[in-house]
Design a protein around this ligand. Structure first.
Ligand SMILES: Nc1ncnc2c1ncn2[C@@H]1O[C@H](COP(=O)(O)OP(=O)(O)OP(=O)(O)O)[C@@H](O)[C@H]1O
Length: 563
């Protein structure tokens, strides 16, 4: 493959080599420009029929039989009468640039009459194409070219064809991942140093390796690590400039349209004029602000649902890196410097936060932080070398993910005692927005906290809870309640409600079974939800006990976690 590419690149003129590279990749433009041909097989066949004079029904049948629109094109064009046009061979052969320009017009056709325009443009191409050319054009336009040439193979070809070091090409590609443009750059003999981090063009993101124990991770990172919550959402590379805010996905696609709320929040939170930031967009419960699993971001994927989703499924952006600020490329600076810079330019709000992080040098502390992170709704930690630069496009050992290799499933509901509450915001203002719940320990006759729950309550439930709890209000924590968490309001332990969660996890934030499984860590219900059942038939001493919590934790079904 490389040999073929070398000879092709050597033959190509600089002004067409970019187009050749895009064709090889099966695209017309780099991913963030979102240029799509939008040509279905049916439309392609209609264009072929128009160009060849062969009835569309015949071509449909041919396509059905061979399953390859390219083959249908080849046969149509070999038998064609080419109505209204000179016979093939009697006119100027097609040039790469011409084909490219017409296809770009096809991709950009939109609105009323777009279908007809696309058919006309394509049929004019087919009318001039040889049967072999038609075969590949047809496959390309319906997205079936599939040459299987990897980006790195193109880089190898370019390196050999133009005598440029492969490593330098790779570096340039990581900063500006547009292979067509890169090919043209080297074919024109321009120096690679000209290629710099650019606002509006996403860099290839740095990726993480994976290890499964804190001690291995610390050893690999040279003894100490910046440990950050590993948020479970969508990775976002955010480019802020005078022109506005653009958000790019992990795969370099422009996803700005899905997150108008993030755009607005970034504008308000970031004080720099220009910046490239990285973070994770996480769906949160609109009533409690608690993190939700990333599946809840699906509502942002359908264009017509975005406006409603912004209201019903709000997000928080957790920023974890900054690559560029006001003309200064920070990718060669150490992580610690970048994190400081990040806190300098970001004013945190309820929509934009800086990813929670700590520096550790002992595995036990990393583990405690890990369990805290998971119980808050994340996937674990990303541990990073404090001195590492931002390695674009690399999956090296300077970022190491620490995830669980299994996920558990909570097998039963639990009945927990309301011991505290948190003031509600927004729709819940004036009421309680979330409640601190505890399990009972008969051996000490005390209540130990298990979770903070805000989900599953209807408006009527919240009102009822508020009214029921008023007479039980205390100015301080009840002496029979053991809690590390500070509630806004405390109650006499009396009201029992039924709760279900995704699983029971270890957590240093709660006191239930503290130290029973690991030192310094208790048990918590992750993603807890009120089932709607008030257990007024139960006294607080009949609530789920800490021993039952431990039993439930041990008996949970463990489900293998996908890599
Ligand atoms: N604090 C953080 N620092 C870096 N990445 C984070 C952080 N929090 C969440 N992430 C996310 O974690 C991802 C890496 O881990 P994960 O294994 O979940 O993703 P993946 O897509 O399966 O793997 P990868 O991105 O490494 O190919 C990052 O791409 C990013 O989206």
């Amino acid at each position: 493959m490389v040999k073929l590419l070398i000879s092709l690149f050597k033959k190509a003129r600089p002004e067409e080599i970019d187009k050749i590279v895009y064709f090889i990749l099966g695209d017309l433009r780099p991913p963030w420009e979102g240029v799509e041909l939008g040509v279905a097989e049916k439309l392609c066949i209609r264009a072929l029929s128009k160009a060849s004079g062969v009835p569309a029904s015949e071509l449909e049948a041919l396509y059905k039989k061979t399953g390859d629109v390219g083959e249908a094109a080849r046969r149509a064009l070999s038998t064609s009468k080419r109505p209204g046009l000179l016979a093939f061979g009697s006119q100027k052969p097609l040039e790469v640039s011409e084909v490219y320009d017409v296809l770009l017009k096809v991709a950009r056709a939109s609105g009323e009459g777009a279908q007809d325009l696309k058919i006309n443009l394509l049929s004019s191409l087919f009318a001039r194409a040889s049967p072999e050319e038609g075969k590949y054009i047809a496959r390309f336009v319906v997205g079936r070219l599939r040459l299987g040439v990897a980006d790195m193979t193109i880089i190898e070809g370019l390196s050999e064809a133009f005598g440029v070091e492969k490593e330098s090409l790779e570096r340039a590609y990581h900063v500006y991942p547009d292979l067509g443009r890169l090919a043209r750059h080297v074919a024109e003999g321009r120096p690679l140093e000209e290629i710099k981090i650019t606002l509006g063009v996403p860099v290839l993101p740095m990726l993480a390796q994976r290890l499964s124990s804190a001690s291995e991770i610390l050893a690999k990172l040279g003894g100490s690590a910046v440990c950050e919550y590993k948020y479970d959402g969508e990775r976002a590379q955010i480019h802020l400039s005078k022109a506005g805010v653009k958000i790019f996905s992990r795969r370099l696609e422009d996803i700005t349209h899905a997150y108008p709320d993030v755009v607005k929040a970034v504008r308000e939170a970031v004080s720099a004029g220009e910046a490239i930031l990285e973070g994770e967009i996480v769906a949160v419960d609109p009533d409690t602000g608690d993190m939700l699993p990333f599946q809840e971001l699906m509502h942002r994927k359908r264009k017509h649902e975005v406006a409603a989703a912004v209201e019903m499924y709000p997000t928080v952006l957790y920023l974890f890196d900054v690559l560029y600020v006001d003309g200064e490329d920070l990718t060669e600076e150490p992580l610690i410097y970048r994190r400081v810079k990040l806190s300098e330019i970001v004013k945190e709000s309820d929509k934009v936060s800086i990813a929670k992080w700590r520096i550790f040098d002992d595995p036990d502390s990393v583990d405690v932080f890990f369990h805290e992170s998971v119980s808050m709704g994340t996937e674990g930690l990303i541990c990073k070398s404090p001195t590492s630069v931002y390695e674009m496009g690399a999956r090296g050992w300077n970022w190491i993910k620490y995830k669980r290799d299994y996920r558990s499933e909570m097998i039963d509901t639990v009945d927990l005692v309301v011991v505290g509450a948190f003031h509600g915001r927004g729709k819940r203002a004036g009421l309680y927005g979330a409640f601190l719940l505890a399990a009972y320990d008969p051996s000490t006759d005390m209540f130990y906290t298990v979770c903070k729950v805000g989900s599953g309550f209807t408006d009527a439930d919240l009102k009822k809870m508020y009214e029921t709890l008023q007479p039980l209000k205390l100015p301080h924590r009840h002496p029979r309640v053991v809690s590390k968490m500070e509630a806004d309001v405390w109650f006499v332990p009396q009201v029992v409600i039924e709760v279900i969660g995704a699983e029971i996890t270890l957590s240093p934030l709660h006191t239930c079974c503290l130290g029973a499984v690991r030192p310094g860590v208790g048990l918590a219900v992750r993603f807890p939800r009120f089932t709607g059942r008030y257990r007024s038939d139960k006294s607080p001493e009949q609530a789920t006990t800490v021993a039952e919590m431990l039993e439930l934790y041990k008996r949970q079904k463990k489900v293998a976690q996908p890599e």
